[in-house]
Design a protein around this ligand. Structure first.
Ligand code: PRP
Length: 219
């Protein structure tokens, strides 16, 4: 065994539902972290001594930052965050959960504004994704207004004409008289890897990816 010589592999997980799902999936391939299950704990970093693994939770948008700088070798985060943050990391695996769509949404009557390429106001938690979509894909000049949540308010209180946001079940839109006007791309949870870690720890990381792949395709 060369376990004692191995260095710790560190995972950064985006807080919330994705982290719980990720831990469930890791358990299914024999990677557990008992310490993390104690919900009353205020600890930030959890260790599995036997497998030489460390885990920490952070805000989703910070996960690609930790991974780019090598503070974490591996991260799990939504594709939306990966696209918005645009960090130099390898995206290695679609974990198959957290499925939803990035969409342009608004009231039905905003459809015409989109069609006629008018200068419209777009509110979003994802200004880079919105910019890329309207400027580079649609070649439409728009004003982008960054919000930090409850973005559906934008068209309702007339801050913006449309929004760029995540749609999962569609019920938030429904309950607020808004609809999907255009679909930008599908989203789900992804695993990302630091570029240097991938070279230095190829075997361990490849095994992890393969075990996860096998597990994901088995269900
Ligand atoms: C997300 C998203 C939508 C909602 C979509 O918000 O921004 O508001 O979920 O889900 P649905 O289609 O199933 O209704 P989140 O709960 O993350 O909070 P936020 O508004 O603060 O971003």
């Amino acid at each position: 065994m060369m376990c004692s010589e191995e260095r710790y592999l560190t995972f950064a997980l985006g807080k919330g539902r994705l982290a719980n799902k990720t831990l469930e999936l890791l358990e299914e391939i024999g990677i557990t972290c008992e310490e993390m299950k104690d919900k009353s704990s205020r600890k930030l970093v959890f260790v599995n001594e036997e497998l030489k693994l460390r885990f920490f939770l952070s805000k989703g948008p910070d996960v690609p930052t930790y991974v780019e700088y090598g503070a974490a070798d591996i991260g799990v985060v939504g594709k939306d965050t990966i696209m918005e943050e645009n960090r130099r990391v390898y995206e290695v695996l679609d974990l198959g959960f957290g499925k939803c769509r990035m969409c342009v949404c608004g009231p039905a009557n905003a459809r015409d504004l989109l069609k006629h390429h008018e200068i419209i106001r777009v509110a979003s938690k994802y200004p880079n994704i919105a910019k890329d979509y309207f400027y580079n894909k649609k070649h439409q000049t728009v004003d982008i207004i960054k919000l930090n949540g409850s973005v559906e308010l934008g068209p309702i209180v007339k801050l913006s004409d449309v929004i760029v946001d995540i749609v999962e079940t569609g019920s938030t839109l429904n309950e607020n008289g808004l609809e999907v006007l255009e679909e930008i791309c599908p989203l789900s949870a992804r695993m990302i890897v630091n570029q240097v870690s991938m070279q230095m720890e190829t075997e361990r990381i490849k095994k992890l990816i393969n075990d996860l792949k096998a597990r994901i395709s088995a269900v």
